[in-house]
Design a protein around this ligand. Sequence first.
Ligand code: AMP
Ligand code: MG
Length: 487
Amino acid sequence: MIKLDVGWTFDNRYARLPERFFSRVLPTPVRAPELAVLNRSLAAELGLNEEALRSDAGVAVLAGNRIPDGAEPLAQAYAGHQFGYFTMLGDGRAVLIGEHVTPSGKRVDIQLKGSGRTPYSRGGDGRAALGPMLREYIVSEAMHALGIPTTRSLAVVTTGETIRRETELLGAVLTRVASSHLRVGTFQYAAQWGTKDELRALADYALERHFPRFEEAENRYLFLLEQVIARQAALIAQWQLVGFVHGVMNTDNMTISGETIDYGPCAFMDTYDLKTVFSSIDTEGRYAYGNQPYIGGWNLARLAESLLLLLDEDEEKAVALAQEALDQYPALYHRHWLDGMRAKLGLAEAQEGDGGLIADLLRLMEEHRADYTNTFRALTLGEYTGMALFDASEFREWHERWQTRLSQEAVSREEAYERMRRHNPAVIPRNHRVEEALAAAVNCGDYSVMDRFLEALADPYAYSPEQAEYAELPPLSDRPYRTFCGT
Ligand code: AMP
Ligand code: MG
């Protein structure tokens, strides 16, 4: 038998950071690994051989049973504010096997999630269940297809072992691909327990990895802060525009790269409501839909504090620089959000009254308990059926105002609707559809429901006939939807 080469090309730089930032640890082998899903297009993008990944040797790597040449497995150390409380965390059930360099020269982390205990596991078993790992796979890939920066999912393998949660569940390992796993919490960790040199080493690593233009900056650490602020402002605006509720915006779940990370209790909002919360443990609504932009700012302030020592020798000056950078965030966020909302309404130009036009639509959506995604889908298609909102006289007045506004655009009406199609998804991973796909896969080993769903999600702006059924709302009995953290 010819042994196929997967094509891993590791060049591990995080492992060269001071020892404080990680613990070398191997994934714990599992009994009977079996491939559940493999992401073919991502494998191709990464320059990996699909057939080799599917082979026993390939799956053994994805399960953590075999370490490929060039890998240097480690668990990353980090801290974080969880629901406002600061704690030491770290990869408690994940191992970074290495940094893979793709054929086009892009560097990505290859991380196994659910790979066993590490020095940071605290009381946990280091394992993950199949359902939540498939959930991360579906939603992260859907986010990617929506054009929203995110970590991605290369594969899920089942372990052949059960894990104990409320019941016994089948274990699984997810291979997560990220432009890095640096978090706000990684910097909090460095600031809290590291030396100034260690903090600087981490900041330099982040700059080289994500913001190579730092050489042009007068103050490279201020530049780092400003760039993360800019990326998070853009990211969170994109979440808001598609109605994505992350669910656990703890500082350890906020990246430096500006990618969405950690799909635990996340979900897409159905009915438009700023107070939307899905996570069963978020009883105060700290991470509610409408709160996400503010929490983003709060988390960035924690990053700024962590970088103070590097911003300036003079503490007062450092604080002033940090504050100045943080002060940019609300306006940056709002600009992205407003531009995005304009695009959702087919508007390419900016006019004074646009903010009011948008606010009035959102108010009407809230009053009539309209489905967020389907409202914009209907505006895009010009099909006004099946929603109470569309029967309201106030909506008809709003619609007329919008049409008048559209006629003031330089481009044709056709082009405006084209624009809307590119910004209003025809399909999102609605909770009841995600649950349906997971139930078939986990309870019956039937992956066809998930495959079909993934296909519909792969191009959410296609408006294909196959996507129509996924726009349907859950039966009322399924609401309110709750997600659970016991993953
Ligand atoms: P998360 O809520 O997934 O962001 O996880 C928060 C922290 O808990 C991280 O440090 C995780 O590594 C850790 N963690 C979550 N689940 C487990 C588990 N089953 N075993 C060990 N650590 C875990
Ligand atoms: Mg996390």
